[in-house]
Design a protein around this ligand. Structure first.
Ligand code: FE2
Length: 332
């Protein structure tokens, strides 16, 4: 098509996309083109702003390495990851905890019903977490922090336990670093893979994670500074649940005592994912080597029948440079 007006451009691109043979590709790309062109018209994007946008997108890719994924950070910081998650996991209910377990103590409080337990994968999942026996520790090198004892149950939508599900867990240290970012931590520290027992249960020991700032040395940092946003994620533990016959679920369970639950830089916190990280006094831990204060967390996940498929790992290696400097932006 010879372009006569600015309106012709949109139709010309849509017409070319009509040639695509994959119907889903065609649908996605035509929708994207319609909205992208509408965005440019509504914002009245100038040539200078367009050049700036191209440069930012290029730098998002250039900032992505085997141990850092700026694209995932950008998607999260714009709410895109959370929107995709919620659109694809709507209507899933969290079941109550079994009645035969005590409501407090190491077995924890019942879960609030309602809302999916699915959440963002995040940029820090690594393939190949070490298989770990239920009840064992995922602290693989000296790591400061209060001990935490975690129990988790995996259920189907009818509340029946799902046995034999593989559950990857991973989280940051209480200094705010994932092991892949931190040469002071052993490879795969604070990561492990568990398999649910006949009750759909796993358990593990670790240290209570801290909230952490997402990296702001790249374009995502510029995005946040321009909005006067902080870059903190509330403390959380990640879970990835894989079982043939069920849709693979990513989840994060956020710490109810974190001050940034309302302003998560990745927009990931839903009420169903606020876990009760219960504090306990010294001298009451279920392990003799824990003499000080400690925490417990219990959580039930509900997975849906569907296709089991592991995601593409956002990173594939541990960084070999020095520990990065953590930069915390103020919310202004
Ligand atoms: Fe995380």
């Amino acid at each position: 098509m010879i372009i006569r007006t600015e309106q012709d451009v949109t139709q010309a691109v849509l017409d070319e996309l009509d040639r695509a043979t994959d119907p889903r590709f065609k649908e996605i790309m035509q929708t994207a083109v319609r909205h992208l062109h509408a965005f440019i018209r509504e914002a009245r994007l100038t040539e200078a702003e367009f050049q700036q946008a191209c440069a930012v997108i290029a730098r998002v890719g250039q900032a992505t390495t085997a141990s850092h994924n700026e694209v995932v950070l950008a998607a999260g910081s714009l709410g895109v990851s959370s929107l995709v998650c919620l659109l694809n996991n709507g209507g899933q209910a969290v079941t109550e905890m079994p009645e035969d377990r005590p409501p407090t103590g190491v077995h924890g409080a019942p879960q609030a019903p309602g809302g999916t337990t699915a959440n963002l994968l995040g940029p820090f999942w690594r393939m190949g977490s070490p298989p770990t026996d239920s009840g064992a520790s995922i602290v693989r090198s000296p790591t400061p922090g209060d001990p935490i004892f975690v129990e988790a149950w995996v259920k189907d939508p009818a509340g029946r336990p799902v046995a034999g599900a593989e559950v990857d867990v991973w989280h940051s240290s209480n200094e705010g670093f994932y092991e892949n970012q931190d040469p002071a931590q052993a490879d795969m520290n604070l990561r492990g893979k568990f398999v649910t027992d006949a009750d759909g249960r796993i358990a593990f020991r670790s240290v209570k994670p801290a909230g952490y700032p997402i990296p702001v040395s790249g374009p995502v940092g510029e995005l946040l500074r321009a909005q006067g946003r902080h870059n903190m994620r509330p403390a959380h533990i990640h879970f990835l649940i894989f079982k043939e016959g069920y849709k693979t679920q990513f989840s994060q369970i956020y710490s109810s005592d974190d001050p940034n639950l309302d302003t998560d830089v990745q927009f990931g916190v839903t009420q169903a994912l606020v876990g009760h990280y219960e504090p306990h006094p010294a001298g009451t831990a279920p392990a003799a080597d824990v003499t000080g204060p400690w925490y417990s967390l219990t959580q039930t996940f509900v997975i849906e029948p569907g296709v089991a498929k592991l995601p593409r790992p956002p990173i594939s290696a541990k960084a070999d440079g020095p520990r990065p400097t953590l930069t915390v932006l103020a919310r202004t």
